[in-house]
Design a binder for this molecule. Structure first.
Ligand code: HEC
Length: 104
């Protein structure tokens, strides 16, 4: 599974030049959107108001790289004990990237 080893290497060694175009190449964005809408919005909305998306677009947002985005999605997934597969994490991250982060 070449795709998975690229993701693993990028997530572990944040210094690698990892591009969203590679990481998210085969991601299913529609599936990611559904996962995020179902599991992730209510809490962000409670803290930030509206649809919660300001958490991704605020000036001091934490995520600066595509691999950082996958790491954060993984952390939230683990914290919530959603038991997503790595594929789900990548799909959700790809959706957030397309919609809000726009990493290349
Ligand atoms: C129980 C509340 C809660 C839920 C549910 C939740 N999050 Fe979060 N999330 C947070 C909080 C709080 C932060 C801000 C952390 C900070 O600023 O240090 C955050 C931050 C983030 C960020 C980083 C935003 C930035 O600064 O760029 C991402 C990405 C994210 N969450 C993704 C997700 C995903 C994907 C899910 C669904 C699996 C999810 N979150 C579910 C509470 C939650």
């Amino acid at each position: 599974m070449i795709k998975h080893s690229i993701i693993a290497a990028c997530v572990v060694m944040a210094s690698l030049p990892c591009y969203a175009n590679d990481l998210f190449k085969t991601a299913d964005i529609a599936a990611g959107k559904k996962l995020v809408e179902t599991n992730c919005i209510s809490c962000h909305a409670a803290s930030f108001g509206g649809d919660g998306s300001e958490i991704y677009t605020r000036e001091l947002r934490k995520i600066k790289t595509p691999s950082g985005l996958i790491v954060q999605v993984r952390n939230c997934n683990t914290m919530l004990d959603l038991k997503w597969f790595e594929e789900d994490e990548v799909n959700a991250a790809a959706y957030l990237n397309q919609q809000y982060y726009h990493f290349k």
